[in-house]
Design a protein around this ligand. Structure first.
Ligand code: FE2
Length: 678
């Protein structure tokens, strides 16, 4: 072969390698960091000279649910690839592994489950490779079980356990933790909670219909199962007489149906809490949901989810400050309490008062101690969380519109996310929408047949967080002068579907005299986006998105549609059928004649590129992490702001000033035809 031919071949080979490298980066985007560990390949190579020890052994002594430990370790054969895995429960050996169901002759793997977090041994000790000694500070949260730590050699792809630590635990691992507030279904309107999940992945063992005429719901996690303790919320106006409301309990299982409400339990409940017994009988729920047949959710990613309780608080006084505590009455009559939290009751629909809403998508979670870092996966979520907490006195309700924590089938991550979001979610209603990383799985009924949920199929999201839905993950919710119609882009939205009917009903049924601000929310971009991955398809949005829904947005005069999924910020002009309907860019007055579309997917997960193509409907783009805030001052005045997560400052904004007559004003395709008859 001649030299030029060799060079040409070399260049081709280099190009192929570069393409593969690029594909690798693209493919890894959105992966769960724990998925980089080849858990099934792990072997034991314990070495008598190696050690790992952790202190203190008892955590949360002041009642806190987050604590720090110091990990000290040593290996006689140190390497830069050595890493520390944190396991919970502490017993992570083969004892609970089983052989694959379809082949009993195959030996079960030595490790059954992924660590709940990991860090490289040289992270805080750069000289670990030379000295063989190192230490780490790691943050743990109360996750219902004890913890142990293991030193691994062989990197993440060929892990070998070299040493195992002592066990550490929180003083009460079962404690009620991480409350999440959410708006209830209606204001004092009777309504039945009815479960209509598809039978192929949910089994409802016993469902007691629930009267959920509540304005605020509190959902939390504990280690106390049905039969062990009675869950409730003690709450009341700040400084006033507290009352107690019972809670339902949900859990789910990996492989089997194992939960019942026994006679024994009902008897224990009656004895423990006679005054609430009658109410409780009405409110008990025990729904067993099976994970869909996906890995890793049912294999190495599985972790017992504990018990998820929801209480429905009723007859709240609008805008009144309430305090609350989570409680469990054990069968011996003793009480277990959480710390005290507070929230302000939502305004009555239509109420004229200052109302402030934050909206963002694709947040994810990250570890404050730097563990699980992988391609800077979701580090931005810590900044977003920090800014929202800093501004919490000026926030009334929050929406996280899909791709919540990217657990992707590693269930421990949901606890860690609820711990990270606790300061926000325990104080203001924290409303979620369903994203691909919560729901999508082949053959499970999701509109998209990819594996982004890691086998969760929506079970985790729909259990860990309450939404006021009639069916699955779509819902409408009113907050004062706002009506939010929250779509579920992981199920079909096209004309003729149940979801299309729901969206039309939600948009059509609001009284715009009382609730002038009509907001459409969805995870995937159903409207307009300049993200490269949408632009490359030529559709600048989810295919079949605006083709299906734009006539509804136009007919019902949706003010703003906000999406996630594309990890950055973008705002369009008021638009209908690809044409800007208003030349103004910042201070809209009177009829807008179209809907403003916003992408707010920069909540924290790795950023997405914009196309270099010029999209003339795009008024503002920002390749950064951030969130949007809507402030309704009254029925005629709305402020929209985009803030960066890095500093919490406003980088884009616009105002809308208009009256009810401007909402009535006819524009293209927004009014029915009129008759000439008088
Ligand atoms: Fe997404």
């Amino acid at each position: 072969m001649t030299d030029p031919m060799m060079r040409e071949l070399g260049l081709i080979l280099l190009s192929v390698l570069l393409i593969f490298a690029t594909l690798e980066v693209v493919a890894s985007h959105g992966d769960q960091p724990l998925s980089t560990i080849s858990v099934q390949k792990a072997t034991f190579a314990l070495h008598h000279q190696a050690y790992i020890k952790v202190s203190p052994t008892l955590l949360g002594l002041k009642g806190q649910n987050t604590d720090w430990v110091t990990v000290e370790f040593s290996s006689p054969n140190p390497s830069v690839e050595d890493w520390i895995g944190v396991f919970s429960p502490s017993n992570f050996s083969a004892s609970s592994c089983t052989a694959p169901a379809d082949n009993p002759w195959v030996e079960p793997p030595l490790l059954c489950s992924a660590p709940i977090k990991y860090q490289y041994a040289n992270y805080s000790t750069p000289k670990y490779k030379e000295t063989g000694k190192g230490s780490l500070k790691l943050q743990l949260i109360n996750q219902r079980s004890d913890f142990s730590f293991a030193l691994f050699s062989g990197g993440l792809s060929n892990p070998k356990v070299v040493a195992v630590s002592n066990k550490v635990a929180f003083s009460n691992p079962k404690a009620p933790v991480y409350p999440r507030l959410a708006q209830g279904k209606v204001w004092n309107e009777y309504c039945e909670q009815f479960f209509t999940y598809p039978a192929y992945y949910y089994f409802a063992l016993e469902i007691i219909q629930l009267k959920s005429d509540s304005q605020m719901t509190v959902t939390w996690t504990s280690g106390y199962g049905i039969g062990e303790a009675v869950p409730f919320v003690e709450w009341g106006p700040k400084g006033g007489q507290p009352i107690r409301s019972p809670a339902g309990t949900l859990t789910f299982d990996r492989n089997s149906i194992s939960c019942t409400i026994s006679k024994d339990y009902l008897l224990k409940t009656r004895n423990a809490l006679p005054e609430l017994f009658l109410k409780l009988k009405r409110h008990l729920i025990c729904v067993i949901m099976l994970m869909c047949s996906g890995e890793p959710a049912r294999t190495v990613g599985w972790r017992d989810p504990g018990f998820i309780h929801t209480s429905f608080l009723k007859e709240l006084w609008p805008n009144t400050l309430y305090t609350y505590k989570l409680g469990h009455i054990l069968s011996n009559g003793t009480y277990v309490w959480s710390q005290e939290y507070k929230f302000r009751a939502s305004p009555y629909p239509g109420q004229n008062s200052l109302q402030r809403v934050v909206i963002f998508g694709d947040m994810g979670k990250a570890e404050a101690d730097g563990s699980n870092e992988y391609n800077d996966f979701q580090h931005g979520s810590l900044n977003t969380t920090k800014q929202l907490i800093r501004d919490l006195n000026n926030i009334d309700i929050a929406f996280l519109i899909g791709d919540i924590c990217y657990a992707n089938g590693y269930l421990s991550q949901w606890d860690q996310f609820t711990a990270q979001a606790e300061p926000i979610a325990s104080t203001v209603p924290f409303m979620i929408a369903s994203g691909n990383h919560e729901r999508d799985w082949p053959g499970s009924g999701s509109f998209f047949g990819n594996k982004d949920s890691g086998g969760e199929c929506g079970v985790l999201a729909e259990t860990m967080f309450y939404v006021p839905t009639e069916n699955r993950a779509k819902y409408s919710t009113d907050y004062g002068m706002f009506r939010f119609c929250v779509a579920d882009t992981e199920h079909d939205w096209r004309e003729g579907t149940e979801q299309y009917q729901f969206i039309e009903h939600c948009l059509a049924s609001v009284d715009r005299r009382k609730q002038p601000w009509l907001i459409f929310l969805a995870h995937r971009v159903l409207g307009y986006s300049s993200a490269t991955f949408y632009a490359d398809t030529g559709s600048f949005g989810e295919p079949m998105g605006r083709e299906s829904l734009q006539k509804l947005w136009q007919k019902y005069k949706v003010d703003i549609a906000i999406y996630g999924h594309a990890h950055h910020y973008e705002r369009t002009c008021p638009i209908y059928q690809n044409i800007c309907t208003n030349k103004e860019k910042q201070h809209y007055k009177g009829a807008m004649n179209g809907t403003i579309h916003v992408v707010a997917g920069g909540g924290g997960a790795g950023l997405a590129e914009f196309t270099t193509l010029n999209t003339k409907w795009s008024l503002f783009k920002d390749y950064d992490y951030g969130f949007v805030k809507l402030t309704a001052f009254d029925h005629s005045s709305l402020l929209f702001e985009y803030k960066k997560s890095s500093d919490g400052k406003v980088y884009d904004s616009f105002t809308i000033s208009r009256d009810y007559r401007d909402i009535l004003a006819c524009t293209v395709d927004s009014c029915p035809s009129t008759t000439l008859a008088s």
